[in-house]
Every structure is written in C-alpha cells, then in structure tokens.
Design a protein around this ligand. Structure first.
Ligand code: KG4
Ligand code: ZN
Length: 334
C-alpha cells in the first residue's frame, strides 16, 4: 500500500511516501519567510503552505520515481497545530482523496513524532518515547500499536521553546535550538549553574519557564555586550540544564515503566548532547535507543505517511467531514 503523507501543522511543508511501512522518499521545505520576524507568523505560514504543498507532492513523487495514480491512500496532519496551516494540508488531502476515490486518514502530529523512530528502526514494544519540540515535551509509554499512555508533559514551556527563547536573548536567529547546540560545543557548561526543575518522584512532568527567567537574569548581570565566549558559555549551560531535566525524567520513567526500547523524536531530538545522554541512559539500562536521523526528528511528511499507514492497516480511515483540531491531545494521560 503506497501512502502519501502531508505535514503542514506549523512552518514546515512536508510530503512523504511510505510503501507497506517502508519509507520511499520525503521532502520538506522550511519556510524562511518567518526568519525576519523572530517567530512563526501564522497567516504567512498558511499562505506559504498553499504555494509549497503542490510542489512538495510533485517533488516527493519524482524523488521516489512514482506516479500520482499509484498512490493508494493519503494521510494529513489533523492537529495539534496552527489552525490555518492545518487546514491547508488537510483540505488538500481530503480533496485529493475524494477526487481519486482513495482512503483518507487524519493523523495526530504528536503521535506521528512518537512513532517516527519506526521509519528507520524496528520498534520493540513496550517503548518509552519522548517527543520534544518547539510546541511539545511529552513522555509516552507505547504498549501496543495505537495503545499508549501519556506519562508526563511540560507544565509550561516546551524544551524547544526554552532553547528558542534563550536563542532570542542571545541575539541568535530563529529557531535558536540548532544555534544553541552549535555554540554549546565550544562553551563551558558549568559556567552558569542554571536550575533544573524536579517536580517530585511521583510524576514525569517537566518545567522550563524558571530556566528561561534564570538565563535572562544571568545575561543581564553580565557586562554588555556579551563576549563570544560568554555567549557560548550561556548556550552550553542552558543546553546542560534542558538535557539534564529531560534525561532525569526519562530515567525515572524507565524505572517505573519497564520498556524494551527508548525512543526520542521531535526537533530537540536533533540535539547533540541529548542524543549522547540518551545513548548513555540506554546503555546503562541495556535497551536500544531509537532516534530518527535529524531531518526526520523535525516536522516532516514521512512520519505522517508512516502513522497513516499504521492506522490504515488496522482497517481504519477518517471521514472526509473531519476538520482541523488545533488543540488535539495525543494518547490519554496514564
Ligand atoms: O519538531 P519541530 O521541527 O517542530 C515543532 O513541532 O515544534 O521542532 C522544532 C524545535 C525548535 O524549537 C528548535 O529550536 C528545536 O526543535 N531544535 C533543536 C535542535 N534542532 C531543532 N533544539 C536543540 N538542539 C537542536 N539541534
Ligand atoms: Zn512537530
């Protein structure tokens, strides 16, 4: 079964092709129009999706050497995300499905991230999975295909949001996460003892708003403008605080919820230190750590095609009357 997946929940326009669960090709266009505003402008994002999406579909078919007529089903992100952006991909997919008389599946963006390690690896279950991105930081226990519990989530900012806000404070381009990662490699992670929120040993929740405030105060106390080395030190100390918090909760979750693998996904799973520390945690616990290639950690159409395929093989499809659900939740809380 050849499934086309479309992702338009925020500012990345992605299209992916998965055949019988195997990734054939994917393409993604990151909208650069938002750079000058230092954040995503929703109206500009939806307009850009309208222009980019048909091109992405043509490109992914070309890359895979397949024809439009060969597509057996189409999947698109239904939520969570920006309503205008979601609607572009969703309506495109529904129109395509109706015109071609093929099934349509609406996909939960966070569930697609959670399953995305399956694009490149076998997924042993139960799997402890974390989705850490600009809008989400959540820990799940995936017990069987389509059956998972949300163990914890951030109570305020997402991990990526913390990186991006610190990036902004340091005058780095948006999104700050990849720049903080790059600068941190030459910084002293012990230069600033930023706080790591620990919300007790009976839950797996996280909090990053205190970190953002601590970084702001520390930066204000420094002689201005900050030297290049001081910027690298703030980046490294921030990265250490975020990664320590994430690994701490993953470690506790693995203790309480035995798992056969640890999965990471979402844009923050590109982070060098997080990948290294997760590998170390996996070695300690004797389980494999499954992290997609960096391009597949971020928003992409391949994960939507893959999650859509998983739904379709269970015999499910989504009625064409469905609309976008901007605040859609993933699996229920444990
Ligand atoms: O999954 P994603 O592409 O989009 C959302 O659904 O949000 O994630 C984007 C987020 C941004 O906050 C970005 O700064 C962060 O992922 N990010 C990183 C890195 N690459 C992307 N954060 C830390 N280190 C990175 N290398
Ligand atoms: Zn995402």
């Amino acid at each position: 079964m050849l499934v086309l997946g479309l992702e338009t929940s925020c500012d990345d326009t992605g299209a992916g092709l998965v055949e019988d669960g195997r990734l054939l090709a994917h393409v993604v266009a990151s909208q650069e129009i938002h750079l000058e505003y230092g954040g995503v402008v929703p109206e500009l994002a939806s307009r850009a999706h309208i222009t980019l999406l048909p091109r992405m579909v043509a490109d992914v078919l070309g890359k895979a050497g397949r024809r439009l007529e060969e597509i057996d089903a189409v999947a698109a992100t239904i939520g969570p995300g920006l309503v205008g952006s979601l609607l572009v991909g969703l309506e495109f997919a529904k129109g395509f499905a109706q015109a071609r008389g093929i099934p349509f599946v609406g996909v939960n963006h966070v569930e697609a991230h959670l399953l995305s390690p399956g694009l490149e690896h076998q997924l042993p279950l139960p799997l402890l999975g974390m989705v850490a991105s600009g809008g989400h930081t959540e820990i799940y226990h995936l017990r069987a295909p389509g059956v998972a519990a949300r163990l914890g989530s951030t109570r305020d900012d997402a991990a990526g949001e913390a990186f991006d806000k610190v990036g902004k404070l340091l005058g780095l381009p948006y999104p700050g996460g990849p720049h903080v990662d790059r600068l941190a490699r030459e910084g002293n992670a012990s230069a600033f003892p930023f706080p790591v929120a620990r919300l007790g040993n009976d839950n797996f929740d996280l909090s990053f708003s205190g970190l953002k405030t601590a970084v702001k105060r520390a930066v204000e106390r420094e002689p201005q403008p900050l030297s290049e080395q001081r910027i690298r030190d703030v980046a490294a100390s921030t990265e250490k605080a975020v990664v320590t918090a994430l690994i701490d909760r993953l470690s506790l979750a693995l203790e309480k919820h035995p798992s056969r693998a640890l999965g990471l996904a979402g844009g923050c799973a590109c982070n060098t230190l997080l990948r290294r520390e997760a590998e170390r945690l996996g070695r300690e616990r004797g389980i494999p750590v499954l992290i997609p290639s960096p391009i597949l950690c971020r928003d992409n159409g391949a994960m939507i095609a893959y999650a859509g395929w998983q739904t379709l093989v269970c015999g499910l499809r989504t009625p064409l009357t469905v609309s976008a659900i901007p605040n859609l939740d993933a699996f229920p809380a444990a």
